[in-house]
Structure formats: C-alpha cells, structure tokens
Design a protein. Structure first.
Ligand code: F6R
Length: 240
C-alpha cells in the first residue's frame, strides 16, 4: 500500500484527478470504478475542469459506481444516480450507455446484483477503482462483518454509516439498505485509490495502517491487494 499525505483538500482532489488522468492516458478505454460521498467531489470538479479545457476525454471510458441506496430513483436528489449526474456525468462526454450504477429500484434486487457483476466482467474488469472509507472502515457499503469473498449484494447500512450520511438527507429519512459492489468485486480491480480527508477519518486510517487483516474492518482487505494508493490528509487548525 502506497500512502501519500496531502497538505489540503485541493491537493487531494488534484492528485486523485491526476491518477485518473494517467490511467486514461495509458489506456483511453479504461474501465473505471467510481465512488460518491463528500470526499471525491473535488476530484470530480478537477476532472470536469480538465475536460472543459480539452485536456481529457471520457468518450471511450466505461464507469461502474460502487453503490446505490435501495428505493432511491434517479429523480431523488439524494440518490447516487443524481449525485453522479450533478457532479460528473452531466458535464463530460462519458456516454450514457457506458455509465453503470447499481439499480436501487430494481424489482428483483438479487438479479440486479448478479447482472451488475456480469456487466463488470463483460467489460473486461475494472482497471482503476476509486473508493472512500467510512469511519467504521467500510469501503463501498461493505459494513463490518462483510465477507472478503462478497460480490455485488444487498446490504443493511450500519448505524455508524446512517449517522455519517444523515447530513446528505437534510432531515429526511435515510434508507436502511443499499446495493454495493462486494469486497471481492473491489479487490479484483487492477488498481485502487482510496481517498480519505478530514479528522473524522483519522481513527479509521490509523486502524488501516496497523495492518491487521480482519472482516470486522472491511478496508483491511486492501492489504492483500498489490496496487493500492491511499491519498489522505486533514484540515489544518481553524479550517473546516
Ligand atoms: C460511496 C461509498 C462510501 C463512501 C464512504 C465515505 O460511494 O461507497 O463507502 O466512500 O462512506 O464517504 P464520505 O466521502 O462522504 O466521507
């Protein structure tokens, strides 16, 4: 695992965007795994600016998002479909048919999970996966106790995750379940970049660094992956 400390959120976002750009330079038809949440917003802003300057194209890229809440359609602003449209897809040339996000509205969720795995495989597999980390060590929505062998599945969100993400729901009821890529799905990516920013991630990062590999701390599976970069940093005093 390669650990890179950044001085501020801007640097985190720039470095993450650079890693993605390098990937696309070496393979313009890359398959990219994408995350939502607060942390990658700056990376998406960077990528959109670079696209608008003509420095990068996503025309040949295929994208797979990590997760989506169950019961949330794309018209709901809190859905990850809406997030991706707002922060990234709506601004770049990544074709609609090449954007994949788990279907939280599927009638048959089990079938939707299997189809998602099959689509990832059919694309040739993920070249570069972006992940964030939850305060409880989740990656995707693989909560503590999830099997390292897990594939795309339906998961119950933990109390810790629901507390942390309540801020995105403005007092509205938060879903209790999500569809998420599994830990095995994430581990099959050829390279992984983990983004973590802010003091509330310090404990999780400390635990990740100790290197104890256990299903009670899902991100610890990353120790067994040959190509993981952790970009991390914290606000300086007085900064939010
Ligand atoms: C998002 C996802 C989650 C987040 C994690 C951190 O697609 O899968 O694992 O990456 O909860 O979220 P933020 O960035 O909001 O702290």
């Amino acid at each position: 695992m390669r650990w890179i400390k950044v001085k501020d959120y801007e640097e985190l976002s720039e470095k993450a965007a650079e890693i993605l750009m390098k990937q696309l330079e070496s393979k313009p038809d890359s398959v990219i795994g994408l995350a939502t949440g607060g942390t990658p917003i700056g990376m998406y802003q960077q990528l959109v600016s670079r696209y608008e300057r003509g420095d990068i194209s996503f025309a040949r890229v295929t994208a797979f998002n990590l997760d989506e809440y169950i019961g949330m359609g794309k018209e709901q602003p809190e859905s990850f479909h809406a997030y991706m449209e707002h922060h990234f897809f709506g601004h770049v040339d990544l074709s609609e048919t090449s954007r994949h996000i788990p279907d939280g509205m599927a009638e048959n969720l089990e079938e939707a999970c299997e189809a998602y795995e099959a689509d990832i495989q059919a694309s040739g597999g993920i070249d570069l996966q972006v992940v964030g980390i939850g305060q409880n060590g989740h990656i995707g929505f693989n909560e503590p106790g999830t099997s390292f062998q897990s594939r795309t599945h339906v998961t119950e969100l933990s109390a810790s995750t629901r507390r942390a993400n309540a801020k995105y729901f403005n007092g509205k009821e938060m879903p209790e379940q999500a569809i998420t890529m599994g830990l095995q799905t994430i581990m099959k990516a050829r390279s992984i970049v983990l983004l973590a920013y802010g003091h509330e991630k310090r404990k999780a990062l400390d635990q990740l660094r100790t290197g104890t590999i256990t299903e009670s701390f899902p991100a610890s599976c990353l120790h067994e992956h040959p190509n993981v970069t952790v970009l991390y940093g914290e606000e300086s005093e007085g900064e939010d």
